[in-house]
Design a protein around this ligand. Structure first.
Ligand code: FMN
Length: 313
């Protein structure tokens, strides 16, 4: 999935690649600038990244966490297929007019039915209902996918995508049965050959993960989920010892970079979802996605036939 991520604070306006072949690694834009100049700015930036030298174009004084950070091995074809920015980590009210004017499909990620209803009232086109087991930043109030998604699909009439725990055709079929129109995966894409930007050890770590290997830790704007490591244990120690928010952030950033870029999964921190324990191979996205769709279709039609036979009998 290729998406733009807008978050509720100044630090996280990004354009990310969740597995599309050879696409962006990450592009962070300054939230204030985007709000001031609108999507024209975003399109200009995208164009610069796509046509320019595919490397770092600019870095703000906030470094990795804000301002202008482009790190990109771009595939121009994929980049230009951007059709839907995703807003998350807060109410997207101020972004809504920009996205509506741009003609792009507005996708918003929620962790509760109340947030989904609010988003629909705002005019959001698609809602991602993400459950507590999801990787990366999750929600302060734990709502698991299996409970949240049917609640949300009953409450709103816009299409709903299930996020949190999806990994194959069966989980896609289950999402459809819960009333969702599809799934938005994160962790599954980390363990893919297409995730060339991260150290190969990260994909192997996902594949090796067992039940109980994930845990919650304090994230930037909410709790986050990742795989247990010495680095994560040290973060929890620092939190208990009363480290300041800035100290924690600095430690976390450095630890995540150690994991993602250097493959140091001992002192590093790897954000990932609970579904890691069910992922058993390093996939190719170009095969994974159609295979998932075919498996889900076959499964649902088998169930439909079985249902008809039962009714007829
Ligand atoms: C390493 C990582 C980084 C993520 N970054 C973002 C992000 O910047 N914005 C966002 O809305 N979701 C982000 N997510 C969440 C995913 O988009 C997705 O909702 C989540 O991973 C789904 O759960 P799953 O991991 O069980 O598939 C991230 C997830 C992971 C694992």
């Amino acid at each position: 999935m290729f998406g733009l991520f807008f978050s509720g604070d100044d630090r996280a306006v990004g354009l990310g690649d969740q597995g599309a072949e050879g696409s962006f690694e990450e592009v962070f834009l300054d939230r204030g600038d985007v709000l001031a100049f609108g999507f024209g700015l975003l399109e200009d930036m995208l164009e610069q990244v796509l046509t320019g030298p595919h490397d770092k174009l600019g870095v703000s004084d906030n470094g990795r966490q804000g301002g202008w950070v482009f790190r990109c091995r771009a595939d121009a074809g994929i980049g230009r297929q951007l059709t839907g920015p995703t807003t998350s980590a807060g109410f997207p009210g101020e972004f809504r007019p920009l996205i509506a004017d741009s003609g792009l499909i507005h996708i918003h990620k929620v962790g509760s039915t109340r947030q989904a209803i609010k988003a629909e009232h705002l005019g959001v086109d698609v809602v991602i209902a993400s459950g507590y087991e999801m990787g990366g930043h999750t929600h302060a109030v734990p709502m698991h996918t299996f409970v949240l998604v049917p609640n949300v699909t009953e409450a709103v009439s816009v299409p709903v995508l299930l996020s949190g725990g999806a990994r194959d055709g069966r989980t896609l079929a289950a999402a459809l049965c819960l009333g969702a129109a599809g799934v938005a995966m994160g962790t599954r894409f980390i363990a893919s050959e297409d995730n060339a930007d991260w150290h190969p050890a990260t994909a192997r770590r996902i594949v090796e993960a067992g039940e109980g290997d994930d845990t919650i830790f304090p994230g930037v704007y909410s709790p986050a989920r990742g795989l247990k490591s010495a680095g994560l244990a040290h973060l929890m120690d620092l939190t208990r010892q009363g480290a300041t928010a800035a100290e924690l952030l600095e430690y976390k950033d450095a630890a995540m970079i150690r994991a993602e870029e250097e493959g140091d999964l001992d002192s590093g921190i790897l954000p990932a979802g609970q579904v890691a324990c069910g992922i058993r191979d390093i996939a190719r996205v170009a095969q994974l996605v159609p295979t998932m769709a075919a498996e889900a279709a076959a499964l649902l039609s088998r169930l439909a036939s079985a249902g008809q036979a039962t009714t007829a009998g």
